[in-house]
Design a protein around this ligand. Structure first.
Ligand code: PLP
Length: 394
């Protein structure tokens, strides 16, 4: 007898992966230039030159045994010093090296945090549209997922809906701003209101409600938008960060959990994260890239390609009749589909070799996600195809 849920998770491919594989097959049949794949959120710009230079320097100049050796389970102490200093410089975070747990990307950070916090009977709240893996990560802890329906006018928070799902069972609320898939960045006003509501309910229930801030896109924001630093607005915040998108290093699997001082009002939250991570085998994150990321943590990849693609797509799609909230960050666009059935719409797009991901998988039917971390030439070639798709619905 095996774990049924694990077998199911290990067997079913995600819709996004299916599309990506389909795109590769189609490219072999009709030529890569005739397939417009907007399915996968894999950064398309290279990491900053400093990343490569630092990795090479470290490999050449360090003691080879040490650079490939285990670090402390929580992450190398000097690495945590540098990461903390960066957070303090940029956000006045009052972070010390012992407030960080270095781990494998945002996925590792989220799993360590959720497993560390979850007790039997707990619930975690997520806001649609949401990264589909949240359901997987939360349910594997034994906790339940409560979904707050989307507010498609601006993809900020529907506070009435949130108020109705909070309960004494709520252990945490997961936010992801800038957001995958909508690109929305929560405003300071939204976050202040969220903090007030959670503080009020936590006091009423007599236990903390943790705000888990999943921030792999923190630096991927565009002109006129800024992602507020959430721990300055709400005490019981746990930050889950990743270098996957900011430094274009998704395959190196590096991120961290930051537990601010005072978080949980004295509960040993970082110890819980460390213990849960230990129990899952997430100790001593990749050693070389811990050091590389610590040296390069104030940098980002060149985001100008994403900015150009975003402008082209937003203007182009609106011109052919799509309704789309202007994304403040990430490299995703989340327009309304031109028919209510987003899966049928994405099938129609697929027949034109335009690969889009249905919004239903993100808990937000009637929309489709486009990942525009692709070469700008692909965006330019795709615009007439979007027009052709729109014509089918006129
Ligand atoms: N959270 C969100 C919202 C994401 O979009 C992703 C990856 O795309 C992750 C978490 C996982 O990131 P990582 O590759 O750093 O584990």
């Amino acid at each position: 007898m095996l774990s049924e849920s694990s077998v199911r998770l290990g067997t079913a491919r995600s819709v996004i992966r299916e599309l990506f594989e389909y795109g590769k097959t189609r490219a072999a049949e009709v030529g890569a230039e005739n397939v417009f794949d907007f399915s996968l959120g894999n950064p398309s710009v290279e990491p900053p030159a400093e990343v490569t230079e630092t990795a090479l320097r470290l490999l050449r100049e360090s003691d080879p045994v040490a650079i490939h050796g285990y670090t402390s389970a929580q992450g190398d102490a000097a690495v945590r010093e540098k990461l903390a200093a960066s957070l303090n410089r940029r956000f006045a975070a009052n972070c010390g090296p012992d407030d960080l747990y270095v781990c494998t990307g945002a996925a590792g950070a989220l799993c360590g945090t959720l497993h560390g916090l979850a007790c039997p009977g707990d619930e975690f709240v997520v806001f649609a549209p949401f990264f589909p893996e949240y359901r997987v990560f939360i349910e594997k802890t034994g906790a339940a997922v409560r979904v707050v329906p989307p507010q498609p006018a601006d993809f900020q928070i529907d506070f009435d809906a949130l108020a109705s799902v909070l309960s004494p069972r709520t252990k945490g609320v997961l936010v992801n701003s800038p957001n995958n898939p909508s690109g929305a960045v929560y405003s300071r006003e939204t976050l202040t209101r969220l903090a007030a509501l959670l503080s009020e309910r936590a006091a009423a229930y007599g236990h903390p409600i943790y705000l888990i801030s999943d921030e792999p896109y923190r630096e991927v924001v565009y002109d006129g938008f800024a992602a507020p630093w959430i721990p300055s607005l709400y005490r019981d915040t746990v930050v889950c960060y990743s270098f996957s998108k900011s430094l274009s290093l998704p395959g190196e699997r590096l991120g961290y959990v930051f537990v601010p001082k005072g978080c949980g009002g004295g509960e040993p939250v970082l110890a819980a994260v460390a213990g849960a991570s230990r129990a899952m085998g997430y100790v001593s994150a990749p050693s070389l890239f811990q050091r590389v990321c610590a040296e390069c943590c104030d940098l980002t990849a060149d985001l100008s390609v994403y900015a150009a693609n975003r402008r082209l797509l937003l203007d182009g799609l609106r011109a052919c009749g799509f309704t789309c909230v202007e994304p403040g960050g990430t490299f995703y666009l989340f327009p309304q589909t031109l028919e209510p059935d987003d899966r049928a719409f994405c099938e129609a797009a697929k027949r034109l070799d335009l690969l889009l991901v249905p919004g239903s998988g993100f808990g937000c039917p009637g929309h489709a996600r486009l990942s525009y971390c692709v070469p700008t030439a692909r965006v330019e070639r795709a615009l007439p195809v979007f027009e052709k798709l729109a014509r089918l619905y006129r």
